[in-house]
Design a binder for this molecule. Sequence first.
Ligand code: NAD
Ligand code: ISE
Length: 336
Amino acid sequence: MLRVGVIGTGMIGQEHVRRLTTVLNGVTVTAVADVDAAVAAEVGGRAGATVHPAGEDLVADPAVDAVLVCCWGPAHEQYVLAAIAAGKPVFCEKPLAPTQEACLRIVEAEVAHGSRLVQVGYMRRFDFAHRQLKLVLDRGEIGTPLMMHCAHRNAGVPSFYQKEMAITDTAVHEIDMVRWMFGAEIAGVRVLVPRRNSHGGDLQDPLLLILEMTNGVLVDVETSVNIRYGYDIRGEIVGESGTASLGSLSPVAVRRDGRVEHPVPADWRARFLAAYDVELQEWVLAIAGGGAPPGPSAWDGYAAAVVSDAGVAALRTGERVAVSLAERPKLYAPGR
Ligand code: NAD
Ligand code: ISE
C-alpha cells in the first residue's frame, strides 16, 4: 500500500484526496497540509490522515512514502525540492512552477539526485480521447500532420485570474499536449488578441495562440475563459490525407422537439474525471512497484514553462517570440 501525503487541499487537492481514498487501488492518504488550517483539518479528518502545519513536515513524515503537490503554483517549487531532497517520489500539479528558472532548479535537483522522482499533472496524456487521437495519428491514418486547431474554453474563472494565466495556467495544457502528440518541440509563439468578451470585465479574453512546432506543424489555440455555456476542450488535427478530431462532448445525445442536445461538462473536474483517475492510478502502480514515474517529467514541466514564458512575452509585445530550451540532461533522454 503506497502511503501518500497531499500538500494543498483546495479544489484539485480535495478531488485527488477523494479519488485516492475512494476510487483507486493500492494507495492510502496518510497526511495532508495546507496554509489554510481549517480546510486541511476538514479534508484530513474525512480521509483519516494526519494534518501537518507545514508542507515540509509532511514531506519529512516517515508515514509518507510519496508526495502530491496540489497547492497554488508559486509554492510548488519549495515542496518539490523538499521531496527530491528527501528522495521521495513527488507528483506535482501543473504548472511545475510559474517560471522557467524555477522549473530548471527542479530539473537540476533531480539530475543531482540521479534518478526520476518527479511527475507533472498534465493529465491530457491520460485522457481516453486524446490517447485515441494520438493512436490515429501514430498509425498514419490521416498521413503526415500539418496543422492542429485547438480550443480551451472555461465557463468562467475566479476573480484573481489575470490575462497571462490564459497562457500560463490554461493554454499550458495544450502546450504540453502538442509536444506529446507530435513528439516535437515548440519553436516559436505568437499571440493574437481579438475583440474582448464583455463577460470577462477588464480581462483580455479570448486569446489566440499560434504555436510553431519544430516539425513544421502549426497549432492554433483559442483560450476563452468566460464562455458561459460550459467547459469545452476541442482539437482537430489536419493531415495530408484526412483529419482527426476529439469526439463530441458527451457519450449521450438527446433528440427531441426538433433539436439534438449534448450535455456540456461544467468544468475540468467533470470533463477529465476519468483521465485524473488513470493518471494517478498509473502513478501509484509505478511508484509502489519501485519504478519511475510514468507521466510527464520535470523536463516536460520545464519545456512547457519556457513556451508559456515565450507566450507571455508574445502577448506583451505583439511579436513572434522564439523558444530556446536548455540542453536536455541524459536523465530525460527519450526512451529512458
Ligand atoms: P485552489 O485555490 O482551490 O487551492 C489551492 C490550495 O493551496 C488552497 O487551499 C491554498 O490554501 C493552498 N496553499 C497555497 N499556498 C500554500 C502553501 N505555501 N503551502 C500549502 N498550501 C498552500 O486551487 P486549485 O484549483 O486546487 O489549483 C491548485 C493547483 O492545481 C494549481 O497549480 C492549478 O494550476 C492546478 N490545477 C490543475 C488542474 C488540472 O486540470 N490538472 C485543474 C485545476 C487546478
Ligand atoms: C485550471 O488550473 C486547469 O488546469 C484547468 O484544466 C484549465 O481548464 C483551467 O483553465 C485552469 O485555470
